[in-house]
Structures are given as structure tokens and as C-alpha cells.
Design a protein around this ligand. Structure first.
Ligand SMILES: Nc1ncnc2c1ncn2[C@@H]1O[C@H](COP(=O)(O)OP(=O)(O)OP(=O)(O)O)[C@@H](O)[C@H]1O
Length: 586
């Protein structure tokens, strides 16, 4: 087990272009940011001029002192205001854009079809939504801002260097890259080592997560000392890697100070000769050094954010790819309407279906089934026979490769999937319980249901007794995956949900796990209430269910192999008799 997220891949910066439509929607903020950026860059680039004034004229006469210092102060105030505004606009822009992007991606993911989810790992999708989106937030709010600002500053200070002293500027043009290059190379190396160091820490975390998650097993085997040792070793390895990073960082810091100040001193030394010779004023020399520092700093900043930009481009590339993924199941341009009320007549006509992941074996092969309105049909068959696939096809999670499935005579492909699914209520084997109150979990069946309706549904589902016994009754939080409920209770919540949905067709996947006699009876009563007056397809695992069904359909290898009542099928012998002996009659 390893919880380490894969290191974000680098991608061509061009992928960031796909971010533009999201930024454009906030054009007000974007323009405000550009204006603030222009102001702050102008102020930054005016600062050395102000200092030159201060050095050259500031010390000569009283009136000059006041004017010069007032000018310096004004530049500083402008710089402060513009910087604050720039930060505000660009950070807010980052938040807004990423919130949009996340909502758009989430909505898109919810629309994608079952085939897509079979192909992808949900952990990876979540990390698109979290880690990749996070990368983009930092890129808009900081890297993009730094990149643009630094580019402007580098160009501006280059120009100003030449304006101030062409000769020194020519020197600096050679000197700045010489000073910055080793620092950039060093920073790259540090980044590599620090990624390795993060990986080591992630390894240790994975170890700890695994052991703490299975702490009973660890203790039952008396493996505390063993786990302690493994963790200590992982930690030691993390420290050893960190030591490399720290060493490299220290070295780069030393080299950076030497090179940067060395270069400044060289320029100052050469400039000082010019000042003594009267070729340059002292203020101009000061101005020059300031431009060199500002320009050099910006080159360094650019080099630093380049990596960030590349990582973010990778994130955006992956998000863009997901957004381009078209759902395979979608509503037709002109969807047909279901009759009102829906009668609930189901027809599978010669349906053949292969899961895209397993093109060689048919999950349904020439499958024919007709269910009359109000009829209860029990599906039985060995594991892998295709029973759940029948449900998935009816819900139109997939489309058949050949044949036709219809509800009330209308091909499912001619319906809007949301309309179709409103007509079907699914009670799965392992129902999803959300981390919300019991009432809200039931209300998932019909969001606008009143509290009274919720209670009525719970009563019919035999769920009111145990829900009332919870500390806060129906308002009790159920916790993720219904951790606080037994299997039978979770099923009854799902049944109440389906009752509330009140759909004309019921798809019921009975739980295989054995319930205690009391729960079993409660679930059975609840199901009887639920099935009343509805077309019901049930994957049956209980004798009581097959006995009550109007018809039993025996499936094997995606086909129907026998049909009839329990007694008839038993008399025939064959697969059903065998299954009955194993599943129902023990
Ligand atoms: N998402 C999927 N991707 C690929 N193959 C699948 C998928 N779901 C089911 N299958 C395959 O399709 C066949 C039918 O599976 P299905 O789940 O419909 O059987 P089942 O009768 O419901 O079995 P069980 O009683 O064990 O739930 C099996 O061979 C199964 O391995």
C-alpha cells in the first residue's frame, strides 16, 4: 500500500492555454490585476530613479531635500498600494477560477457513464479534483503573477541599465547570467533532492497508515517491535535524504551570496572608477546597482516559477483531458416522453452485451425477457450469470451492442436517461449510506419530501423503530458508509428511500449476507410494502422472495435457461434445483 500521489508530470506550458476560457469569465478581476501590475512595475522601476535623485540632489540644499524625499515617499506609497491591489486581484482571481474549474469538472464527472468509471480509478479522479486544481490555484495566484511581473521587471530594468550607463550595462549583461546560472542549477538540484525527501516521508506515512489501520492484527501478532523498527528505519532514511537537501541548500545559499554580492562589488568597483573620473554621478551608480539587483532578482524568480508553471501545465492538461471526455450515455437530441402514468412494462429483445473491459465474453447473450406491468419477476442464477447486468442495462448505465431494451414500449435510447431513471427505483445489495442525517439519507429518494413523508416511508420500511432509538432520532448523523448501522438496517434505509421515490418500476438486489431472524422478517415486511403495485425485478437470494414472485427466471452465462414457478422449476430439476438446494433450502 502506498498513499504517495504520483509526482506531478511536467508538460508543455502550452497546456495552460486551456485555462484561458476560465480566466476570461472573470475579465473584470483580470483587467484590474493587469492595471495594478502595470502600476506596481512602474513604481518598482521608478524607485532607483528616486534614489538617484536622493543621492545626487538630496544632500545639497533644504528645498531639494524636501522635494526629493517627498518624491521617494510618493513612489513608495504608490508601490505599496499597487502591490496590495495586485495581490488582492490576482489571488481572488485564482480562487474564483479554480472554484469554477472544480465545479465544472465535478459536474462533468457526475455526467460520465459507467463505462468511464470502469476504466478509471476513483482515487485518481479525486486527485484531479483536489491536487491538480490546487496546483492551478497556486499557479494563478502566485506563479503566473510572478512570471508576468518578473518578465516586465527584467525587461524594464534591462532598458534602464542601458539608459543609466551603457558600458556598465554591457558588463552586467555578462555578469547577471554568470551569477544567476549556478544558483538556478543549484535550486533545480535542491528541488530534485527535496522531492526524494518527500517521497521518503510519504513511504514512512504509508507504513504508519497501514499499521495503524490494522492495529488489531499487529497487536494480535505481537508485532509492535517489528513495526516500530520498520518505522524507525523509514524515518532514518527520510532524515538521511533530508540531510542531502539541507547540505545542498546551505551550499547554494553560500554560493548565491558570494556570486551576487561579488558581481555587485565588481560593478561598483568599475563604477567607482567612473565616478572618480567624473564620467558618472554617484547617484547614477546607485541607480545602476539597484536596477541590476531588481533585474537579477527577477531572473531568479522567473527560473524558480518555471518549474511550477510546468507542473501546473501538467495538471491543467489532465483536467482538460477529463473535460474533453464525452459521456457515452446521453439524452438524444429529441428525447421521447414516457406515458403518464408509467405502466412499467419492461422488454429485453434479443439483447447482447459485452462489457467494454471484457470484449471476449458476453455478459448478456441474446437475452429476451418481458415483464408485464405490476408483475414480480425473480432472477436467479449462479454468480456471474448476468443478473446485475440486467439491472445496469435497464438503468441505461450501458447500451447493448445489439438488440433493444424498452420501457412501456419505448426504446431506452430514445429517452432522456434522467427521465428514465426517475421511473426506476433501485435497492442495491449494499446500499450507499451518505454521511448525513438519517432523514436526509431517506430523503435522497425524493429531495422535496416533507418530514412527515420521510417518517411514513421509514414506517413502511420498518426502519422507524431503530431510527427512533438513535440518540437524535431521525436527525442522527449516520456517518460515512453507514458505519453506525447493521446490514439489515442499511437495507431498510434503502427501502425507505425507494418507497419515498415511489417509482413505478422497482429493481431489487437482495442482500446475500444472512440477517438475523428479526431483521430478516422486518426486511421482508418492508419489501412487501415496497413491491405492492409496482413492476418488480428482483435478484433473489431468499426462499420467501422466490415463493412470492409471479415468475422465476433462471439465468446462466447471460441467457435464460428456465422459467416458471418454484414448484415447477424444482420438478424440472437442473440448474434451479441445484441452486435452490444451495441457496434457499438449507
Ligand atoms: N463492470 C464490469 N466490467 C467488466 N465485466 C463485468 C463488469 N460487471 C460484471 N462483469 C462481468 O459480467 C458477467 C455478469 O456479471 P453480473 O454482475 O451481471 O453477474 P451476477 O449474476 O449479478 O453475479 P453475482 O450474483 O455474483 O452478483 C460476469 O462475468 C462479470 O465478471
Amino acid at each position: 500500500m502506498n498513499s504517495t500521489a504520483p509526482a506531478p508530470a511536467k508538460a508543455p506550458i502550452g497546456s495552460l492555454r486551456t485555462l484561458w476560457p476560465f480566466i476570461r469569465r472573470h475579465s473584470g478581476l483580470f483587467s484590474a490585476w493587469l492595471v495594478a501590475l502595470a502600476c506596481s512595475s512602474t513604481a518598482t522601476l521608478s524607485l532607483p530613479v528616486a534614489f538617484r535623485q536622493m543621492i545626487d540632489h538630496g544632500f545639497s540644499s533644504g528645498a531639494n531635500i524636501d522635494r526629493t524625499f517627498a518624491f521617494v515617499l510618493a513612489v513608495i506609497v504608490a508601490l505599496a498600494l499597487a502591490t496590495a491591489a495586485r495581490y488582492f486581484f490576482v489571488t481572488l482571481l485564482g480562487e474564483r477560477v479554480v472554484a469554477d474549474l472544480r465545479s465544472r469538472l465535478y459536474a462533468h464527472l457526475l455526467d460520465l457513464d459507467a463505462g468511464f468509471y470502469d476504466r478509471s480509478r476513483s482515487g485518481e479522479l479525486v486527485s484531479r479534483l483536489t491536487a491538480d486544481a490546487e496546483l492551478l490555484r497556486s499557479v494563478i495566484a502566485s506563479s503566473m503573477s510572478v512570471a508576468l511581473r518578473s518578465s516586465v521587471t527584467v525587461i524594464g530594468s534591462m532598458v534602464m541599465l542601458f539608459v543609466t550607463s551603457p558600458k556598465l550595462a554591457a558588463w552586467a549583461l555578462l555578469g547577471i547570467p554568470l551569477a544567476v546560472a549556478p544558483i538556478v542549477i543549484g535550486a533545480r538540484r535542491i528541488q530534485k533532492v527535496s522531492r526524494a525527501s518527500q517521497d521518503r516521508i510519504a513511504d514512512a506515512n504509508a507504513l504508519a497508515t497501514e499499521a495503524l489501520g490494522a492495529v488489531r492484527t499487529v497487536q494480535a501478532h505481537s508485532r509492535e517491535a517489528y513495526e516500530r523498527g520498520r518505522y524507525a528505519q523509514a524515518m532514518a532514511s527520510a532524515v538521511a535524504t533530508a540531510r542531502k537537501r539541507i547540505g545542498a541548500q546551505a551550499l547554494v545559499t553560500g554560493v548565491a551570496i558570494t556570486l551576487i554580492f561579488g558581481a555587485v562589488i565588481v560593478v561598483l568597483w568599475s563604477g567607482a572608477h567612473d565616478v572618480i573620473a567624473g564620467r558618472l554621478s554617484a547617484g547614477a551608480l546607485g541607480q545602476f546597482v539597484m536596477y541590476a539587483l531588481i533585474g537579477g532578482g527577477s531572473v531568479g524568480a522567473l527560473a524558480e516559477v518555471w518549474n511550477e508553471l510546468q507542473k501546473a501545465a501538467g495538471g491543467m492538461g489532465r483536467i482538460h483531458e477529463l473535460l474533453q471526455e464525452a459521456p457515452a450515455i446521453a439524452a438524444p437530441a429529441q428525447p421521447r416522453a414516457l406515458p403518464v402514468p408509467v405502466r412499467g412494462e419492461i422488454a429485453f429483445e434479443n439483447v447482447t452485451f459485452h462489457y467494454p473491459q471484457r470484449p471476449d465474453t458476453a455478459a448478456l447473450a441474446g437475452f429476451n425477457l418481458r415483464v408485464r406491468p405490476g408483475e414480480t419477476v425473480a432472477l436467479v442464477g449462479p454468480s456471474g450469470a448476468g443478473k446485475s447486468t440486467v439491472f445496469g442495462m435497464l438503468l441505461r448505465f450501458h447500451d447493448p451492442q445489439s438488440g433493444r431494451i424498452a420501457l412501456d414500449g419505448i426504446d431506452l435510447r430514445d429517452l432522456d436517461p434522467t427521465v428514465l431513471r426517475e421511473a426506476l427505483a433501485l435497492v442495491p445489495q449494499a446500499p450507499a449510506i451518505f454521511a448525513a442525517s438519517a432523514a436526509d439519507n431517506i430523503r435522497y429518494g425524493r429531495l422535496e419530501a416533507s418530514d412527515a413523508d420521510v417518517r411514513k416511508a421509514a414506517e413502511s420500511a420498518e426502519a422507524d423503530d431503530f431510527l427512533d432509538a438513535l440518540p437524535d432520532g431521525f436527525a442522527s448523523e449516520l456517518g460515512e458508509r453507514g458505519a453506525r448501522l447493521s446490514g439489515g438496517q442499511q437495507q431498510r434505509i434503502a427501502i425507505a428511500r425507494a418507497l419515498l421515490k415511489d417509482a413505478p418500476v422497482l429493481l431489487l438486489d437482495e442482500a446475500t449476507s444472512a440477517l438475523d431472524a428479526h431483521s430478516e422478517r422486518a426486511v421482508q415486511t418492508a419489501l412487501e410494502h415496497l413491491m405492492e403495485g409496482r413492476t418488480t425485478l428482483v435478484v433473489a437470494h431468499r426462499l420467501a422472495t422466490v415463493l412470492k414472485a409471479d415468475r422465476i427466471v433462471v439465468m446462466d452465462h447471460g441467457r435464460i435457461v428456465a422459467e416458471g414457478t418454484h414448484a415447477e422449476l424444482l420438478a424440472q430439476g437442473g440448474l434451479y434445483a441445484e441452486l435452490a438446494k444451495l441457496q434457499f433450502l438449507d
